[in-house]
Ligand binder design. Structure first.
Ligand SMILES: [Fe+2]
Ligand SMILES: [Fe+2]
Length: 197
C-alpha cells in the first residue's frame, strides 16, 4: 500500500515536472517573440530619428560660427546618411522590413535645437548652444544603439550586433569630438577674457 502511494507520488511529480518544463518552453518562446517585436519597434524608431537628423544637421552646419564646428556637423551628416542605410541592412539581416514611425523624442530634441538657434542667433554663445543640442541628440542615440545591441546579442543576431556596433562607435566619436570642440572654445573664450582685462 505504502509502495503504491510512492509510485503514485512519483508519477504525479514527473507529470508536474513535464508540465512545468513545457510551460517554460512556451514562456521562453513568448519572451523571444516579444523581444523580437520590441527590437523591430525600436529599430523603426531610430530609423526615423536618423532620417529626421539628415534634415536637421544641414541647418546646424549653416548656423555654426566656427569652421571646426561646421566641419564636425558636416562629417556627422555624411555618417548619419550611411547609418540610415545601415539600419536597413540590420533589418535585412534578421529577415524583416523596417516599419518607420515618428520618433517623438528626436522630434522634441530637434525642436529644442531650432529654438536654441533662434534665441541665440546673435549671441557669442551660439556655437555652445549648438553643441549642447547636438550632444543631447548623440546621447539619445548612444542609449538607443546600446539597448538594440544588447537585445540583438540576447537573440543571437550576430550580424545585427556588428552593424549596430559600428554605428554606436560613430555616435560615441561624434559626441567626443563635440566635447573637445566645446572645451577648446571655452579655453579660447577664457584667454580672450584675460586679454581684455
Ligand atoms: Fe546617428
Ligand atoms: Fe549621431
Amino acid at each position: 500500500m505504502a509502495k503504491q502511494r510512492t509510485n503514485q507520488n512519483q508519477r504525479s511529480a514527473s507529470s508536474r515536472a513535464k508540465t512545468s518544463s513545457e510551460n517554460e518552453n512556451g514562456n521562453e518562446q513568448q519572451m523571444d517573440n516579444d523581444l523580437h517585436k520590441l527590437f523591430l519597434d525600436e529599430l523603426g524608431d531610430i530609423y526615423n530619428a536618423e532620417q529626421q537628423l539628415t534634415k536637421a544637421l544641414p541647418k546646424m552646419v549653416k548656423a555654426a560660427r566656427t569652421s571646426e564646428l561646421q566641419e564636425a556637423f558636416q562629417g556627422h551628416l555624411d555618417e548619419t546618411r550611411k547609418q540610415v542605410t545601415r539600419l536597413e541592412q540590420v533589418a535585412k539581416s534578421v529577415e524583416e522590413k523596417l516599419e518607420p514611425h515618428t520618433c517623438e523624442a528626436m522630434k522634441g530634441l530637434i525642436e529644442e535645437a531650432e529654438e536654441l538657434m533662434e534665441d541665440n542667433e546673435d549671441s557669442s554663445a551660439l556655437d555652445a548652444a549648438l553643441i549642447a543640442a547636438a550632444q543631447k541628440v548623440e546621447h539619445y542615440e548612444i542609449a538607443t544603439y546600446g539597448t538594440l545591441i544588447a537585445w540583438a546579442r540576447q537573440m543571437g543576431h550576430d550580424e545585427a550586433v556588428d552593424l549596430l556596433e559600428e554605428t554606436l562607435q560613430e555616435e560615441k566619436a561624434a559626441d567626443e569630438k563635440l566635447m573637445s570642440i566645446s572645451e577648446s572654445a571655452n579655453q579660447e573664450g577664457q584667454r580672450e577674457q584675460t586679454r581684455s582685462k
